[in-house]
Design a binder for this molecule. Sequence first.
Ligand code: ATP
Length: 210
Amino acid sequence: MSAPSPPGANRIGVFGGAFDPPHNAHVALAQAALAQFDLDLLYIIPTGQAWHKARALSAPVHRLAMTRLAFQDVPRTRVDDRELQRAGPTFTIDTLQALQAENPQAQLYLLLGADQFAAFKQWHRWQEILDIAIICIADRAQSTLAQTQFDAYPGLNNRFFTLKLPLMAVSATQIRQLMISGAATTGDIAKLVPEPVARYISAHGLYRSH
Ligand code: ATP
C-alpha cells in the first residue's frame, strides 16, 4: 500500500487515469504540471474500473506495472495503487479526501485533460472536489478548452487553472487500436509511449485482441 507523503510536501498533485496504456502525453502533462505549479509531489493514480468508462480495462497488474515504468524517471512522482486496491467503483472524491487526511497541510492540485473537464459536472460529488482541490486542465486536441466551460462555474473561477501543455494528439485508444489492427510495429508504438512501456506491451502481448 501507499506510503505517507514526506514531511514538508505541501503542494501535492493528483493525476488519475486508466493508463491503459500510459503514453507520452501523460508523462508530458505530469512534467508540465510539476513545473508550472511547483509541485512538491505528484501522485500518479491508476484508476480501478472507473464508473464512467464502459470498456473493460486491462488487468490492474499490467496497468500498474506500465505506469511505474512510464514515470520511473520523472522526479517527484509517486505511483499509488490505492484505487486498484479498492473494491467497487472508483470515485475521485474518495481518493482526494484520503490524500487530504494524510497530508493535512497540503494544497491538492487535480490534473485533468480537457475531455475529462468537459464532463466534470457529472462527476460524483464534484462540488466537494472543488472544495479540496484546485483543478488544472490541459488542452486536448479533440476536446479544446473554451472559456464558456469555465463560465459554467460562476464564482469558482479561482478553482480552475489552465495547465500549459502543447497539444499532443496521442491517446490510449489510438495505441490500442494500432496494436489490435496488427499493423503497428514495436517501433511505431515506441514513438507514442515511453520505451520501457513499449517493451512491456510487446513482452506481455498486450492489446493483441479484445
Ligand atoms: P483513452 O483513449 O482510453 O480514453 P486516454 O488517452 O484519455 O485514454 P487516460 O488514462 O484515460 O488516457 O487519461 C488520463 C488523463 O490524462 C485524463 O485526464 C486525460 O484527459 C489526460 N490525457 C490523456 N491524453 C492526453 C493528451 N493527449 N493531452 C492532454 N491530456 C491527456
